[in-house]
Design a protein around this ligand. Structure first.
Ligand SMILES: C[S@@+](CC[C@H](N)C(=O)[O-])C[C@H]1O[C@@H](n2cnc3c(N)ncnc32)[C@H](O)[C@@H]1O
Length: 274
């Protein structure tokens, strides 16, 4: 990472050559594990490689977490970055089932016109996907100066193709409802919101404040994976927007969070990185 005190090992050519010789999957390689998950080494924007990878499957859910065009990985000119995104978004559209969901994690650079998030949202209007929600997940730790609001958010966009299901049960958090009020008359009796609600806990809504971001002392932490998403967040998405035995795709695997969540929740996962 450019802004991280630890140097990126993979940018050293000699080390990279030696590490790659230990990798089981080379560029273009696909491996299917005994549980039916599929793992590949490919470029998400390469339509032929992606088509070959998903062949025979009709995934109902894609969860993508591309590099954000911010400091962590290489940065590109915004329009180049967005045309690259359009390619993997359309690849995804073609392999998804008729009724399916797409979630995309992305960032906004507050020092650079909030790119690429703003540009990505505009690009998505040109695609056949329909927008459904704009979710923010709050980090526990943030970064910033004393002269600006601390940056603590991670953005998650939710789009659909056709008319996929949504299991609202997945939205309930473990946070108890504590605020009374919002009185309303029901059958001639004045009731308050706690009586009328379906659950004692609050719904996550589109601002998730109940998920611990991954840090080094957590079991799920994979050392060296700086952009890891919390397992809980991926499980929430999967439970809301897929059913058991469905196939889920993630073309930007990194630490493999989506694969792990799929295994835990009884979904099949096709996941790749380049
Ligand atoms: C933000 S990370 C994903 C983090 C992941 N969700 C997790 O929880 O570990 C982005 C990943 O995309 C991969 N990547 C970058 N360009 C790619 C491409 N063209 N095709 C596939 N993967 C790519 C990077 O190698 C990196 O591992």
């Amino acid at each position: 990472m450019n802004n991280n005190p630890l140097p990126r090992l993979d940018t050293n050519p000699e080390l990279r050559r030696r590490l790659l010789s230990c990798c089981r999957l080379g560029a273009g390689g696909i491996w299917e594990d005994p549980h039916g998950h599929r793992i590949a080494c490919l470029d998400a924007a390469d339509s032929d490689a992606v088509a070959q990878f998903v062949v025979g499957e009709r995934p109902t859910l894609a969860i993508h977490d591309p590099p954000y065009n911010l400091a962590a990985f290489d940065t590109h000119n915004v329009s180049q970055y967005i045309s690259w995104c359009e390619r993997w978004v359309m690849n995804t559209y073609h392999f998804l089932a008729t009724n399916a969901s797409l979630y995309v994690w992305l960032g906004a650079d507050q020092n650079d016109g909030f790119q690429p998030l703003a540009d990505f949202m505009l690009m998505m209007r040109r695609t056949p996907f329909a927008p459904r929600s704009f979710i923010t997940m709050r980090n526990q730790r943030g970064y910033g100066t004393q002269k600006n609001w601390m940056a603590v958010r991670q953005e998650l966009l939710y789009y659909i193709k056709g008319d996929p299901g949504f299991d609202v049960a997945a939205e309930y958090t473990g946070i108890p409802k504590i605020l009374r009020g919002y009185y309303k008359e029901v059958n001639g009796r004045l009731t308050e919101n706690l009586e009328r609600g379906r659950s004692d806990t609050i719904r996550a809504g589109n601002v998730w404040v109940d998920i611990q971001q991954v840090f080094y002392r957590m079991d799920e932490n994979v050392s060296g994976c700086y952009a890891q998403k919390p397992l809980r967040s991926i499980e929430r998405i999967m439970q809301a927007s897929s059913a058991e035995h469905d196939t889920v795709v993630d073309l930007f695997a990194h630490s493999g969070t989506t694969l792990l969540a799929a295994e835990r929740l009884g979904r099949r996962c096709l996941t790749a990185d380049h």
